[in-house]
Design a protein around this ligand. Structure first.
Ligand code: ZN
Length: 339
């Protein structure tokens, strides 16, 4: 019997959003079924655009988004409002929302410059979180916020408008703006999760903790039978007679680098995927019933931590400081100079 005690945030998705873009998904981050490219109708309709887009730099940039089975044309401002509504709690500090707006805008520009959505071939971006970024349309926002619709939408509109056109660049190119929900004190390197070095995706301190993050630590317990079965699914050579768990090694960010499970060495990222854990920052223990994982934080840990961004904003950081904190060595550049 597998007992999972963790509560899913709506933001559950971040760990699978970005890796696919680079085509460097590790098994732990890989969705069960690989999305295959889908041919879409060439007909392009026009969706509602935010009145706030008028006169902004973002409003001048056309984006084709695959929404509701169709490629739909909108502007960058309106698209980002939908992304922020889906990707970060609208009650977060305004400067954190603004940092998220920069990350989401940069992500979209990165896609536009690198062939668009892989899943839907004539869209710049799609709303499939295994390919691009999450997105809420107006009806979904109304459902999500109820009576607070106007005030929450107002916050998001201000975050997008307050960062109008700002993209994060490294050596003049839009960055791969990975982000995640919360970290365990430090963010993770890109290399540890996806295997490639990216100079601005290195491990940095992240200030959030259990006081500010819901379900900051969570526990998953599995019986020994289930544990062995899960390990054997990937590693048939795993042995029931071997010690259940040994040689756990953490990396410098505090996340599990590797452990030997039933005689087989497995990476922390992969263990996270095998047992559907919220994070690779984990303590593993064994008792009379089975194996227990206690994890800290949520998501792959690479790039900006959303709860960390919110904590920095509470401490007086403005969005450009937050972006510079989580993506060291980057600077802001206008979307006009990039598209
Ligand atoms: Zn896509």
């Amino acid at each position: 019997m597998k007992r999972m005690i963790f509560i899913s945030l709506t933001a559950a998705l971040f760990s699978v959003v970005f890796p696919i873009v680079l085509g460097i998904l590790t098994p732990a981050e890989r969705p069960k079924e690989e999305p295959s490219p889908v041919e879409i109708t060439p007909e392009i309709s026009v969706v509602y655009t935010s009145p706030e887009a008028q006169g902004t730099e973002d409003g001048e940039v056309e984006v084709v988004v695959f929404i509701d089975g169709k490629a739909q044309k909108t502007d960058m401002h309106s698209y980002l409002v939908g992304v922020l509504a889906a990707e970060m709690p609208a009650s977060f500090e305004l400067e954190a929302l603004k940092a998220q707006a920069v990350a989401a805008r940069t992500f979209a520009v990165y896609k536009m410059k690198n062939g668009g959505s892989e899943r839907y071939q004539n869209a710049d971006v799609c709303t499939d979180i295994t390919c691009c970024q999450a997105y809420c349309d107006e009806n979904e926002m109304r459902e999500k916020w109820g009576a607070e619709f106007e005030s929450m939408l107002g916050r998001i509109e201000s975050a997008v408008k307050g960062t109008d056109g700002d993209c994060s660049v490294y050596e003049g190119e839009p960055i791969f703006a990975a982000f995640h929900s919360s970290s365990c004190g430090k963010t993770e390197t890109c290399a540890a999760v996806w295997g490639g070095e990216i100079p601005y995706l290195i491990s940095v301190d992240s200030p959030e903790n259990g006081d500010s993050v819901p379900n900051y630590t969570s526990r998953v317990s599995v019986s020994y039978d289930e544990f062995l079965k899960t390990v054997k699914e990937r590693y048939p050579e795993a042995e029931s007679g071997a010690e259940w768990v040994r040689d756990t090694v953490n990396d410098e960010s505090g996340r599990l680098k590797s452990a030997v499970l039933c005689g087989v060495e497995v990476s922390g990222t992969e263990i996270r995927g095998m047992f559907s854990l919220r994070s690779a920052a984990m303590e593993i223990s064994c008792d009379e019933y089975g194996v227990n994982f206690v994890t800290t934080g949520y998501g792959h840990g690479v790039g900006m931590s959303q709860y960390g961004a919110n904590t920095l904003a509470e401490r007086g950081f403005v969005y450009s400081d937050i972006i510079a904190w989580y993506y060291p060595g980057t600077e802001l550049m206008s979307i006009k100079d990039l598209t």
